[in-house]
Design a binder for this molecule. Structure first.
Ligand code: AMP
Length: 130
């Protein structure tokens, strides 16, 4: 089953497009965290960003940089925060959120973590296969 973003690319569902090229589309998020919150997506449907081919992956981040500049120029914001989540829509998308202060991007609270576990966890990740 194709994703809602594939339907947007196909023109079956409307969006507020802000930029596109052959491989990517950028449009306003329908439920913005801040005015000007955009999503940049690859036109080829793939669920998980880290499963992308190297060239596709690099091209996506170049597209993100293009759209970031446009958002900053349009909104006059100080920083565009980037986030990749993907739990709601399983089609790669990078969130670009214009911000002027930390409070503009509400981060999740830190977890309750036992500090004695840091070394064990770091060692486990260090030794894990790439
Ligand atoms: P996530 O998969 O958790 O990164 O969230 C998916 C994002 O897509 C949310 O921020 C939604 O508001 C956004 N979204 C879902 N449907 C649409 C749509 N039709 N047009 C624009 N944004 C959408």
């Amino acid at each position: 089953m194709s994703s809602i973003f594939t339907s947007i690319i196909a023109g079956e569902i409307p969006c507020h497009r802000v930029w596109e090229d052959d491989q990517h589309l950028a449009f306003l998020d329908i439920n913005p965290i801040r005015p000007g919150h955009c999503l940049v997506i690859p036109k080829r449907e793939i669920s998980y960003i880290f499963d992308m081919e190297e060239t596709e992956y690099t091209a996506l981040w170049n597209a993100v940089r293009t759209v970031e500049k446009k958002i900053r120029n349009a909104t006059g914001c100080q920083r565009v925060v980037v986030s990749v989540v993907g739990w709601e829509v399983p089609h790669v998308h990078v969130h670009l959120i214009p911000t002027d202060e930390m409070a503009n991007f509400p981060a999740p609270a830190s977890c309750d973590f036992d500090a004695s576990e840091f070394s064990t966890l770091a060692a486990r990740i260090t030794e894990a296969k790439e």
